[in-house]
Design a protein around this ligand. Structure first.
Ligand code: C2E
Ligand code: CA
Ligand code: CA
Ligand code: CA
Length: 276
């Protein structure tokens, strides 16, 4: 099928065998992608909504497949989770992000995404400590982003894990807030430093009387009562920026201030200070 080229190929509706075969190819390529140096991190600026100064960057994994080109993390992270490659991949992300961020200006933080699968590994706090120790990055400059998915496996284990991570001195953010199925009760029990309001609420919102604005307002109010910061994700336009700023989001992330970029570019932007 590969030899047939993309042009011919896309006219066929891939049957289950073909889909399974494609998937198998991707799986075996994913197993060796790290050692072949095909993975890298891109960093997206996080900006103070009022001063427009860069406060940190979110690390986002990038995989450039030798034949297929860039493969989206939304596509391969779930596969890595199923194959149990996520621990190895996640460890690499943590180590690389800490090592690269250690060369940024001292007030700039780095945020790393954690998969709920990674969160189940009892070794995670050790891996985080190692990444910090090896890089020399102070724990206060590392933020870990988890999603509501973490709370689907109820148990005390989750809260124990959060306790051990907080003990290290890192910051904790709740990612994609508002999109999950969990109740609000974990907000009461978990000492998040930050809530990241999902792009689906922000996208296209400009009218303070809209439903999305009402939802953002409620999330910001809740977060501020709980002494948590809020980041508006996926801000693309001036109108969206104006709205989330007016609604009191303290931080903003989105294409309006910068797409995910290579380490060198992130470092230069951080040194410059302002994303405007
Ligand atoms: P996420 O953590 O919610 O990351 C935000 C995603 O939105 C990123 O996509 C980012 O490039 C994109 N984005 C940022 N600003 C804008 C904007 O203004 N407009 C639009 N349309 N998109 C914007 P990306 O890099 O493709 O990552 C997708 C997801 O893959 C992430 O969603 C995260 O769940 C996962 N992911 C990425 N890197 C890692 C990683 O290192 N570890 C784990 N476990 N998951 C990761
Ligand atoms: Ca994230
Ligand atoms: Ca997010
Ligand atoms: Ca997301």
């Amino acid at each position: 099928a590969k030899a047939a080229g993309k042009g011919c190929y896309r006219f066929f509706i891939p049957d289950m065998h073909e889909a399974a075969r494609q998937r198998q190819l991707l799986e075996s390529d994913l197993r060796v992608a790290l050692e072949r140096g095909e993975m890298s991190l891109a960093y997206q600026p996080c900006v103070d909504s009022l001063s427009e100064e860069v406060t940190g960057f979110e690390a986002l994994i990038r995989w450039v497949h030798p034949d297929r080109g860039p493969v989206s993390p939304a596509h391969f992270i779930p596969i890595a989770e199923e194959l149990r490659l996520i621990d190895e991949l996640g460890e690499w992300v943590l180590k690389t992000a800490c090592a690269e961020a250690a060369n940024w200006p001292a007030h700039i933080s780095v945020a790393v995404n954690l998969s709920p699968v990674q969160f189940k590994s009892p070794e995670l706090p050790f891996v985080v400590r190692m990444a910090l120790a090896q890089s020399g990055l102070p724990p206060s400059r590392l933020e870990l982003e988890i999603t509501e998915g973490v709370f689907l496996s109820n148990d005390d284990h989750v809260h124990e894990m959060i306790g051990s991570l907080k003990d290290i001195g890192i910051k904790l953010a709740l990612d994609d807030f508002g999109t999950g199925y969990s109740s609000l009760s974990y907000l009461q029990r978990v000492p998040f430093d930050k809530i990241k309001i999902d792009r689906s609420f922000v996208s296209g919102a400009s009218d303070p009387a809209s439903r999305n604005a009402a939802l953002i307002r409620a999330m910001v109010g809740l977060a501020s009562d709980l002494k948590m910061q809020t980041t508006a994700e996926g801000v693309e336009t001036k109108e969206e920026l104006q709205l989330v700023r007016d609604l009191g989001c303290s931080l903003v992330q989105g294409y309006i201030f910068g797409k995910p970029m290579p380490d060198e570019q992130a470092r230069a932007l951080a040194a410059k200070g302002s994303a405007a």
